[in-house]
Design a protein around this ligand. Structure first.
Ligand SMILES: Cc1cc2nc3c(=O)[nH]c(=O)nc-3n(C[C@H](O)[C@H](O)[C@H](O)COP(=O)(O)O)c2cc1C
Length: 152
């Protein structure tokens, strides 16, 4: 079986819960992708045009990471797990992909959302890491069992 890491970002806790369960049930290690400056509730209030999330999105700002301690080189497969923002992955996911060498790795995407699907997320992220292979895993909204992802 491949050695797996669940690397997740979560701004308000929903994805964090799913990522922890995913790691536990699939026997993967767990790593939290954190911004250097954490997102406050005001920062992710997307209905406010001036909120940090909207400012970053408009400028395509990749937020700085709090650390680069994920031992990516130790794993074959990365379960990259995040909330859908603006119909795709949050920009911090691009910060994460830029911070490590993913050549030869399999990256499987998992996400939560308010209803949106992956859309073009896999294609968008593949462009950041041409040496890796990015696959859609699953939207985790409403999913409570993760056993089926053990063999990915
Ligand atoms: C800035 C921002 C943009 C979002 N954009 C979308 C979207 O395009 N489609 C969608 O279904 N949900 C969207 N959401 C909702 C989140 O994907 C959803 O609430 C997610 O489960 C939150 O996960 P978290 O608690 O781990 O941060 C957005 C949330 C935020 C904060």
């Amino acid at each position: 079986m491949s050695k797996k890491l669940v690397a997740y970002f979560s701004a308000s806790g929903v994805t964090a819960q799913k990522a922890k369960a995913l790691a536990e049930e699939t026997g993967a290690d767990l790593y939290e992708i954190k911004p250097e400056t954490p997102y406050s509730p005001a920062d992710i209030k997307w209905t406010n045009p001036l909120a940090r999330c909207n400012r970053e999105w408009i400028k395509k700002t990749k937020p700085a990471l709090a650390d680069t301690n994920a031992k990516v080189e130790d794993y074959d497969t990365i379960f990259l797990t995040f909330p859908i923002w603006y119909y795709t992955a949050p920009l911090i996911i691009k910060s994460f992909l830029a911070a490590y060498n993913f050549d030869g790795k399999k990256i499987v995407l998992f996400a939560t959302s308010g209803g949106s699907d992956f859309g073009k997320t896999a294609k968008n992220l593949q462009a950041e890491v041409p040496g890796a292979s990015i696959l859609e895993g699953a939207m985790l909204n409403g999913v409570t069992s993760f056993q089926e992802y053990s063999n990915l």
